[in-house]
Write a protein that binds this ligand. Sequence first.
Ligand SMILES: Cc1cc2nc3c(=O)[nH]c(=O)nc-3n(C[C@H](O)[C@H](O)[C@H](O)COP(=O)(O)OP(=O)(O)OC[C@H]3O[C@@H](n4cnc5c(N)ncnc54)[C@H](O)[C@@H]3O)c2cc1C
Length: 351
Amino acid sequence: MKNIVVLGGGLSGLTTAYLLKNEDISTTILEGRDRIGGRIHTLRNDAEAPIEMGATWLGKKHTHLLDLLDQLNIGTTQQFMGNKGFYEPMSVSPPQLVDLPPNKEPSYRIDGGSDNLIHSLANQLDQNQILLNERVRSIADIGNSLQIQTNNTNFDADAVISTLPPKLLIESIRFTPSLPDKLQNIAAGTHTWMADSIKVALTFERPFWKGSNSSGTIFSNVGPVNEMYDHSDEQQSRYALKGFMNTAYHSVSQEKRKQLVLDQLRRFYGDKTDSYISYRETVWKNKPLTYTEYDDPIIPHQHNGHKVFQQSYWDHRLFISGSETAPSFPGYMDGAVESAQRVVTQLKKLI
Ligand SMILES: Cc1cc2nc3c(=O)[nH]c(=O)nc-3n(C[C@H](O)[C@H](O)[C@H](O)COP(=O)(O)OP(=O)(O)OC[C@H]3O[C@@H](n4cnc5c(N)ncnc54)[C@H](O)[C@@H]3O)c2cc1C
């Protein structure tokens, strides 16, 4: 099996290619976007703090991810929370500054930004292993090989490893012959973690929320931002706040969302809010290479790690990987790494 194609250049796809390269097995990654990283997306501007629009935090329990970071010599830094946080219990009462309980399970961020992991993995690969702007449309078993059609061209493969979220895979790629009904049904009802979330961030010259009577940690039942945290860089030299906006706001204009965020922050910080340098947001629901609409109600992590994803298809030539297929911590960065390790172990047995 010489010609292995990996669908998707997110954390799972890049880790798969990296692990296989360590075994002297070459792969080609077909990535539909014009960038690698998928749900890891760090916005950079040298003058401002890097902003994570996708995955940001990990914990000590995420051992698959921590081992990979270790191998790549990438450190982590504990998320700054402070001793106090703003809490908005309801719209008719003002926000309160409350003491935060001791955090027994702190969160950590990847030093240099989450995309430091993505680019470190990519740097271990040969340049021609990653093909961008290749959006896969169909895969056909034509007997002696698998034929992959993208928006640009065709590729042949001896084996294909998909790292697309299973629901996206089943709804955006045509398979000939069709995949088993059970796999299709489970995949169609598999939740894609955070795929409908809205992230918002503001960068600032000064971290005024770190003063004694303030905080960058916000929990709000009122919204539109439900949670917000300090998002300054680990050197504490460039400053930002970043949070999650209620997903109901995906249909209003960007300008409207921005004004709503600023109005809310003025309740905590007054005029200092308006000293922001830039406002950033990502509405993941508008990203067709991550999100597809759910026909039926779905619960978080539904069908994640299901056993239909643990086996291979088409005579051991088609593998379904990606974070949502991992049995432990599916949907998270750790799951993306675990799923890559699982597929590499399966493939090695076949070669
Ligand atoms: C807003 C947000 C916040 C998050 N926060 C955290 C967090 O704090 N901690 C954490 O651990 N995890 C978090 N996650 C989840 C984390 O980002 C994912 O678990 C992880 O990045 C998934 O990696 P993956 O490679 O499995 O999938 P993806 O990153 O989704 O990669 C799939 C890749 O396939 C590509 N693709 C899609 N369709 C096609 C096609 N037809 N042809 C070719 N390529 C295609 C996509 O462009 C993408 O690059 C967050 C996610 C989001 C969106």
